[in-house]
Design a protein around this ligand. Structure first.
Ligand code: NDP
Length: 292
């Protein structure tokens, strides 16, 4: 039997959504403002379509005005930029999210940087990245996945992580780097690892907080985990399994859950850990934008 606490991201995300619903009701009554979230998807990637539908459904359940723009895969860059300009100027829209990845002919950086910083609820605009990195977190939109991870870490260990070692495996702009900025701001001693890191298992074993954001199924084994660590598994990997001769797909994280759960103090499952928290943080950022 695994000994670690299973961190229930789904339950925590539901609590956050409930609290957002109440705040939205107050915002509507007192100031006549309904938070608006616009989601833009280009192309027909099935995983992205599932993500945007979940985001739209959650936005509606929180009482938001929610619009979904589904553009064809061959939409030209100027057409995407025109739509974003329109949403930037739409007073009913407080948050704009462009689902990534974009088709190859579109410049992802140009598109994400064209969203005005005060509607950039994904936190990818350089102004928001700069604020986060400079420690001006209250005035930044923090990327949703690391923001959700941080809430789960705080639940386990409190807001001040002084004296604790945090190791992040993965250095992407959307997960690894902002995660490092948040942990640093909470006084953790932070190490960021990536594909060129040597002796990765040894480095990971020093972590009181281990965040895996690699995109490689079950790469992080139980013997990489320090006894008593808090393990946050960001990875979402679709793997093929054969049961009774039948091929199926199942989602798995970057951490070998069963092994790690025998060593860690607490661990997030996949699915049901970081994923739902990411959507909850998107709602929180949109409410923050509408309220300010
Ligand atoms: P990226 O592909 O952008 O980054 C992966 C990182 O992992 C890179 O820094 C890469 O190093 C590093 N890496 C790859 N292979 C190794 C290795 N063998 N050893 C050490 N480091 C390695 O991925 P993302 O950050 O966008 O996403 C990571 C995972 O998280 C994916 O599974 C993704 O699906 C999931 N995800 C989940 C979300 C959620 O809501 N739960 C949201 C966002 C992502 P290098 O830089 O050197 O190439």
């Amino acid at each position: 039997m695994p000994t670690a606490e299973r961190i229930d991201g789904k339950a925590k995300a539901a609590e956050i959504a409930e609290s957002i619903r109440k705040d939205v009701a107050v915002l509507k009554n007192e100031r006549g403002i309904t938070p608006g979230l616009a989601v833009v998807i280009v192309g027909h990637d099935p995983a992205s379509q599932v993500y945007v539908r979940n985001k739209k459904r959650t936005a509606e359940s929180c009482g938001f005005h929610s619009v979904l723009h589904e553009l064809d895969a061959d939409t030209r860059q100027d057409e995407v930029l025109d739509l974003i300009a329109e949403l930037n100027n739409d007073p009913a829209v407080h948050g704009i999210l462009v689902q990534l990845p974009l088709p190859k002919h579109l410049d992802e950086q140009l598109v994400t940087q064209s969203i005005v910083p005060h509607k950039d609820v994904d936190g990818f605009h350089f102004e928001n990245i700069g604020r986060l990195t400079a420690g001006d977190i209250d005035n930044a939109f923090v990327p949703c996945t690391p923001a959700g991870c941080m809430l789960m870490i705080e639940d386990q260990l409190g807001r001040d992580l002084s004296g604790l070692n945090a190791v992040i495996v993965g250095r992407s702009n959307i997960v690894g780097k902002p995660m490092a900025a948040l942990l640093l701001a909470a006084n953790a001693t932070v190490t960021i690892c990536h594909s060129r890191t040597k002796e990765l298992p040894q480095v990971a074993r020093h972590a009181d907080i281990l965040v895996a954001a690699v995109g490689r199924p079950e790469m992080i084994r139980g013997d990489w985990v320090k006894p008593g660590a808090v393990v946050i598994d960001v990875g979402i990997n679709r793997i093929e399994v054969v049961t009774d001769g039948e091929k199926r797909h199942r989602l798995t994280g970057d951490v070998a859950y069963e092994e790690a759960a025998n060593v860690a103090a607490a661990i997030t499952p996949v699915p049901g850990g970081v994923g739902p928290m990411t959507i909850a943080m998107l709602m929180a950022n949109t409410l923050k934008s509408a309220s300010s």
